[in-house]
Every structure is written in C-alpha cells, then in structure tokens.
Design a protein around this ligand. Structure first.
Ligand code: ADP
Length: 253
C-alpha cells in the first residue's frame, strides 16, 4: 500500500485490520507504588477496550497516571492487579523476561526523546529491533532492505548513514517511527511524540502517524497538547488514576 502525504510517500505492507476486535482489553487495572507505609495508588481501577485500527490519544494532567498506564500498556511494567489482554495473550501475569519478548514482537514504541542509539547510524538503529527478534523471519540482507525501505517511507533515504547527532529532532523522530514499524508490530505506542519538536516537525510527525492510522495501524498516543490530540479518533482522559472520559474526539480540559 502506498499513501501520498504532503511531501512523502509512505509504503508499508500493512494488513487491513477489522475494527471489530479489541486488540487491548483491560479490566480493573491498578498500580500501587511503594510500601505499606508510603503507598501511591497511581492507577485505581482502569477498564478499557482499544480496537484494532483505532488511533487513541491519552490525556491528563501531570501526576494523573498517564506514564504508569503507558508503561503497563507497553509491557514495560506490570500492574499490581487486574487483567491485560494484548491481542490474544493475557500479559498481566508474565514476568519481565517474557514481557520483553512480547514488546519486541508486538509493540512499536515512539518516545518523546526519540531514544535512538547515539553510536549507530539511522540505518543501524532501524535494523536493531530485527536483530533482537527471535522469530528469525528475515535474512541479514532482507533486514537491511527492510530498514532502507522503512527509512525511505519516512523520507530519509538521503540520511541513512548519518548518526542521530547529525540529524534534526524531526528527522530523529522519523527514524524512530521507521524503527517502531520494522518488526510489523500489532500496535504502536507513542509517548508525547512531538514533545521535543518544533511546530513544523510536529506537523510532519503527525502527518506520518495519521497516514499510518489510515493504513489500518493501531496507535495509542499520550499527549498533553490539545492540537496533537485532535489527530486521534478517540480521546481518553485520565485523572487521579482513573479514566474520567472515554468518548469522542474532544481534547481533555
Ligand atoms: P503522569 O504520567 O500523568 O504525570 P505518572 O504515571 O508518572 O503520571 O504518576 C502517577 C503517580 O504515581 C504520581 O503520584 C507519581 O508521583 C507516582 N509514581 C510514578 N512512578 C512512581 C514510582 N516509580 N514510584 C513511586 N511513585 C511513582
């Protein structure tokens, strides 16, 4: 499939997914940090379904539990209680080693600070997730070809051999998007993806995320910027560890 955006063509081998299957099912999720004497109830009972092909924004004030929620959704941390089904797998009981495998196989991450490895070129950064993929789906040549195609799809074919320090913030985030997609994840988590970008680069990144959504990708994004949240189809508002709004496209106040 090929999608023409303002100044680039994004090409992905994307399955068109049905919007009928919840890709995420969360029930009564809680997260308590600390010990008996100094407990913080960061999540206080969250239940939600996110469907295949949705573009969801999570908003809420600082300290409301967004990062905690995102870390558990992204299998970087475990809930204290409650269930989390990702795709067809109950991941709430997995240990941290098994969660790492789930992350590599099912999840693409886009972070506010890009999180590229500084000593690797753009191309090497995009190849990396495939080297950690135990499924051995591609030969060494195919891995490089896939990474090149990914970088082309975000308009960076002429920057492949550059180190992150030789790229602008917007370019680094586009490398990170190519990296997030290269293992064909079932879901993409974007944590404040435009938080470190100027207006023009933010727009370019959001145009890419929007076109990925239009191709059928499932995207969950944390943002505190109402303008950025309007790119999503559904906005979930979190406050004091609870979901206080879970419908419509209006950014949270
Ligand atoms: P947000 O991302 O919305 O700013 P967080 O998920 O970071 O919110 O935090 C929610 C609550 O949990 C806050 O009260 C925060 O201080 C607390 N918290 C977050 N991480 C930890 C931690 N590792 N240990 C103890 N408390 C934490």
């Amino acid at each position: 499939m090929s999608i023409q955006t303002e100044n680039q063509t994004i090409t992905q081998n994307t399955e068109i997914v049905s919007a009928d299957n919840p890709i995420i099912q969360i029930r009564d999720m809680t997260k308590v940090y600390g010990s008996d004497r100094a407990e913080t109830h960061a999540l206080r009972g969250i239940s939600i379904d996110i469907y295949s092909g949705e573009f969801v924004a999570i908003m809420g004030p600082s300290g409301s539990g967004k990062s905690t929620f995102m870390n558990i959704l992204g299998c970087l941390d475990r809930p204290t209680a409650g269930s989390y089904i990702l795709g067809d797998e109950d991941v709430s009981e997995l240990d941290l080693g098994d969660l790492a495998e789930v992350r590599n196989e099912k999840i693409g991450f886009i972070f506010q600070s890009f999180n590229l490895l500084p000593r690797l070129t753009a191309l090497e950064n995009v190849v990396l997730p495939m080297l950690y993929d135990a499924r051995e789906r591609w030969s060494a040549d195919e891995k490089v070809k896939r990474a090149i195609a990914g970088l082309k799809s975000v308009g960076l074919e002429d920057r492949m051999d550059h180190l992150p320090s030789e790229l602008s913030g917007g370019q680094q985030q586009r490398v990170a998007i190519a990296r997030a997609l290269v293992n064909e994840p079932v879901i993409i988590f974007a944590d404040e993806p435009t938080g470190n970008l100027d207006t023009k680069s933010s727009y370019e990144v959001m145009v890419i995320l929007k076109s990925l959504h239009e191709q059928g990708r499932t995207i969950v994004m944390v943002t505190h910027e109402p303008d950025i949240a309007t790119y999503a189809q559904r906005v979930i508002c979190v406050r004091d560890g609870l979901i206080v709004k879970n419908e419509g496209e209006t950014p949270c106040r």
